[in-house]
Design a protein around this ligand. Structure first.
Ligand code: DAT
Ligand code: MG
Length: 151
């Protein structure tokens, strides 16, 4: 079972879309295992976006992610990493598939509402950046077999 880091970024919080985004992930069948609402310290933003350091959009990206609170979460499920990326849609909202969050609610790459881990390796490292191990909740859902079960 995979786990992936999801952020509702400052524009999503300001626009009142936390609930909409959580609802879509819940409806998909994914399971919430951690959540916290926080203002992002600059050093956390720099560690999270270290892979983009030196790119033209890096400074603006750090300003954006630290400009207002974010909702940080860990979601679990079979193929959770790919599933959440698909539910988010492509990085550029005008290239995001219809029905995805970025398609349905965003227009600008610099205001694309969400972050989601892009591989098993980044999921592991990003979850460790944002959450302490004891903040991850292991819990059972009686319906799990109806969502994750194989025939
Ligand atoms: P994603 O968030 O889809 O994983 P990414 O990791 O390539 O995308 O980039 C991280 C964020 O940086 C992205 O959500 C928005 C911003 N960004 C990426 N490319 C950009 C660009 N060309 N201009 C402005 N912002 C950009
Ligand atoms: Mg990324």
């Amino acid at each position: 079972m995979e786990r992936t880091l999801v952020l509702v970024k400052p524009d999503g919080v300001q626009r009142g879309l936390i609930g909409e985004i959580i609802a879509r992930l819940e409806r998909r069948g994914l399971k919430l295992v951690a959540a916290k609402f926080l203002s992002v310290p600059k050093d956390l933003a720099e560690v999270h976006y270290a892979v983009h350091k030196g790119k033209s959009f890096y400074d603006g990206l750090i300003r954006y992610i630290t400009s207002a609170p974010v909702m940080a979460m860990v979601w679990e499920g079979e193929n959770a990493i790919a599933a959440v990326r698909q539910t988010m849609g492509a990085t550029r909202p005008v290239e995001a598939a219809p029905g995805s969050i970025r398609h349905d609610f965003a227009l600008e790459v610099g205001r694309n509402l969400t972050h989601a881990s892009d591989s098993p390796e980044t999921a592991l490292s990003e979850i460790a950046i944002w959450f302490k191990p004891e903040e991850l909740v292991n819990w059972q859902r009686p319906i799990d077999d109806w969502v994750f079960g194989k025939n």
